[in-house]
Design a protein around this ligand. Structure first.
Ligand code: CFM
Length: 545
């Protein structure tokens, strides 16, 4: 007979923290203690957490590498640029269509995403250098596809042997004439996580593509959607809603994006930042160079979607748009509410844990809250202190050897194209009404007092947390999936969405409510115990006993 799992009803967060650290040697425990925080964010103060520091070797982190952040995350979802990986085949193979970023080839049909491009470095290339091979690969791509751009990604061995990928790129760009070729020094070891890869990608995309096309774009209320990667079709749903509101998306960085979107991004009048962690650099540079203000938005959760649409409408301040947005929200909400009300009695009071790379551990709390579910513990794999505590800490962030390794671009206002989209007076009028530009408050103020916020969670701590707190659902990635499910707790992948999605926007919220209801209320989890665990009295005896 299956028994319902016992809940540890009375747990103190300090005890849980102590339990998590107990097994560690003193030095490791001291370091991890600073990355495990009991949330006490209240009013104007937030506690400090250590983040964006090196992982302890051997601890089995959930993180990925710098190359993954550059090639997979920022450049991966763009369709008409050929992404060429300079390195051993594995680096390209494992970054090949694994992130579930969807694409629509559009009327031109140009889409290189199904391909896997690699220089396939061999031992001899490591010994004698791989530059010639790289140049030949670029030429081969050009001859075969004639793409608008070819980008080159460095993998670890490239940095170690010192191939000069930037010179190869420059020479090939000159030689080919009508193809933009540039490279990313995003060797896997370059930073402490994929976050460094985001920064490297942001810098190069901004330097080599943004601002290339000065043609005026048709449409009203022009925005850039930054930090939306079309995982499981999220971007398609957001596009649908924005279009319905009459808002024109000039570019998306980088879900289902094209070369021209990057090249034209400076023609937008507002940048909307979804994932703060991965793309805030571009938002800032766009403002400094072209005068485009940025705001934080979130399209995860129906209420958050409505709030974000209203925020965009308020910025443009046009009554026609404000009315249209209200009409769209009124039209979309009944279908969302119907499903929400149906699942609420079954999901209310359940608990969730969210450990995802950057933004999602924060954004998805809104969706769970809409279902009456509480997030008892959450954390990021690689986000920085500002994603926990808010952007006000940025001036105080410690610049260590690892972050110094990543170039900070010096951006100045473009002498011809800088044009503030709003006057000082207009900006002040909006701010006086409580409108916030360039603002992200981080995860901590949105989480309950006493909840556990853990940076760079590892395998051991994940299992310990589940064992102690027995959440109703645990959300992370594929590496965690089966170890957690073996503990009898449903696990939802919030990187790839398993095979589901979209979960953004209004349609996405409905999908998510149904999926989570299905997972947390499935009886299968109560059948996870082996017979000897269920009925310990059935112990075996030897015949001679
Ligand atoms: Fe931003 Fe992302 Fe995330 Fe991220 Fe990622 Fe991702 Fe993520 Mo996986 S860009 S930080 S590097 S929201 S791939 S779409 S799910 S870890 S929380």
């Amino acid at each position: 007979m299956a028994t319902a799992k016992k809940k540890l009803v009375q747990w103190e967060p300090t005890d849980i923290k102590k339990e998590l650290l107990k097994k560690y040697p003193a030095k490791v425990a001291r370091k991890r203690a600073k990355q495990i925080l009991i949330n006490e964010a209240q009013e104007n103060t937030t506690p400090e957490i250590t983040a964006n520091v090196r992982t302890i070797p051997g601890i089995i982190t959930m993180r990925g590498c710098t190359y993954a952040g550059c090639k997979g995350v920022i450049m991966g979802p763009t369709r008409d640029i050929v992404n060429l990986v300079h390195g051993p085949i594995g680096c390209s193979f494992y970054a090949w269509l694994t992130r579930r970023n969807q694409t629509d080839a559009g009327p031109d049909g140009e889409n290189y995403m199904p391909y896997c491009f690699s220089t396939d470095m061999q031992d001899s290339d490591i010994i004698f250098g791989g530059e010639k091979k790289l140049a030949a690969a670029i030429q081969e791509i050009y001859d075969l596809f004639h793409p608008k751009a070819i980008t080159i990604f460095a993998t670890c061995p490239v940095g170690l042997i010192g191939d000069d990928i930037h010179t190869v790129a420059r020479n090939m760009k000159e030689k080919l004439g009508d193809c933009n070729v540039f490279a990313f020094s995003c060797e896997g070891y370059k930073g402490v996580s994929q976050s460094a890869g985001h920064h490297i990608a942001n810098n190069q995309v901004f330097s080599h593509m943004v601002g290339e096309n000065n043609e005026e774009k048709a449409g009203e209320y022009k925005i850039n959607l930054l930090g939306e990667y079309n995982i499981g079709g999220d971007g398609f749903e957001i596009d649908r809603v924005l279009k319905k509101c009459g808002i024109t998306t000039i570019s998306t960085f980088s879900g289902n994006s094209t070369y021209d979107q990057f090249a034209s991004a400076h023609m937008a009048d507002l940048s909307c930042v979804m994932c703060h962690r991965s793309i805030n650099y571009v938002a800032d540079m766009m403002e400094t160079k072209f005068g485009i203000p940025w705001i934080k938005v979130n399209f995860i959760g129906a209420k958050s979607t409505a709030k974000s649409l209203r925020k965009i409408a308020e910025y443009f301040g046009d009554q026609k748009l404000i009315d249209r947005v209200e009409a769209v929200i009124a039209e979309e909400m009944p279908a969302v509410d119907a499903v929400r009300n149906e699942v609420l009695p079954r999901t209310t009071g359940k608990t969730a844990m969210l450990f995802v790379g950057g933004s999602r551990a924060h954004h998805y709390q809104d969706l769970f809250a809409e279902m009456g579910m509480k997030t008892v513990s959450a954390g990021y794999e690689f986000a920085h202190r500002d994603d926990y505590e808010g952007r006000q800490v940025i001036p105080y962030l410690k610049v260590d050897a690892d972050s110094r390794n990543i170039e900070e671009l010096e951006i100045e206002a473009d002498p011809e194209r800088y044009s503030p989209r709003k006057t000082e007076a207009e900006l002040q009028a909006l701010e006086a009404k409580g409108y916030k530009f360039k603002e992200y408050d981080g995860i901590l103020p949105d989480m309950d007092k006493g909840s556990l916020v853990i940076d760079d969670l590892n395998q051991y701590e994940a299992e310990k947390l589940v064992e102690l707190m027995k959440p109703d659902i645990f959300c992370a990635g594929i590496k965690e999936k089966f170890s957690i499910q073996k503990l009898g707790i449903p696990m939802k992948q919030l990187h790839s969405y398993d095979s589901g999605g979209p979960y953004a926007g209004f349609v996405g919220a409905v999908n998510f409510y149904k999926e989570i209801d299905r997972l947390v209320n499935s009886k299968v989890w109560s059948y996870m115990k082996a017979p000897w665990q269920e009925s310990p009295e059935l112990s075996a005896t030897y015949v001679w006993e």
